[in-house]
Every structure is written in structure tokens, then in C-alpha cells.
Design a protein around this ligand. Structure first.
Ligand SMILES: [Zn+2]
Length: 76
């Protein structure tokens, strides 16, 4: 027993990411897990494959390219 401080419950865990920029966009979770920006341009269905928190505007790529990233074609 070591009661120096209480163990936090799972409810206390903060969200993995605070992404206020995502309020009106969609994100592919699989790409986000791969460390990509993963923003989806809803009108076209294209996805940004740039690194998470990249500088500058998003670059949207075809869904096939996004799928290649998810499938393990990572450069990291
Ligand atoms: Zn982006």
C-alpha cells in the first residue's frame, strides 16, 4: 500500500488530441493513428496525408493514396 496520491480513474484521462480545427471537418481516424493530419475535404472526399500539425494548408489526396498509407506504406 502506498497512499501518497490517489490513482486517477480512466475518466480523468484527457483526450488524445485537442484539435479545435476539426470542428467542421471530418477526420479519418485510421490516418490520424498513422500520424497524419487526416483531415477529409468533405466536398471531394479527399484526405490530407501531411504529417499531423503540419505547417501550411492541407494537401488533399485521393482515397486510394490514403488507403496505401493506412495499409502500411509509411515513411516513418
Ligand atoms: Zn492537413
Amino acid at each position: 500500500m502506498n497512499p501518497e496520491y490517489p490513482a486517477p480513474g480512466p475518466e480523468d484521462a484527457p483526450p488524445a488530441e485537442d484539435r479545435p480545427d476539426l470542428s467542421n471537418t471530418n477526420v479519418r481516424e485510421d490516418l490520424a493513428m498513422a500520424g497524419r493530419c487526416a483531415l477529409v475535404h468533405l466536398p471531394t472526399g479527399r484526405t490530407c496525408l501531411l504529417p499531423l500539425r503540419h505547417h501550411g494548408p492541407c494537401e488533399f489526396h485521393q482515397p486510394q493514396e490514403a488507403q496505401e498509407v493506412v495499409a502500411g506504406n509509411l515513411d516513418s
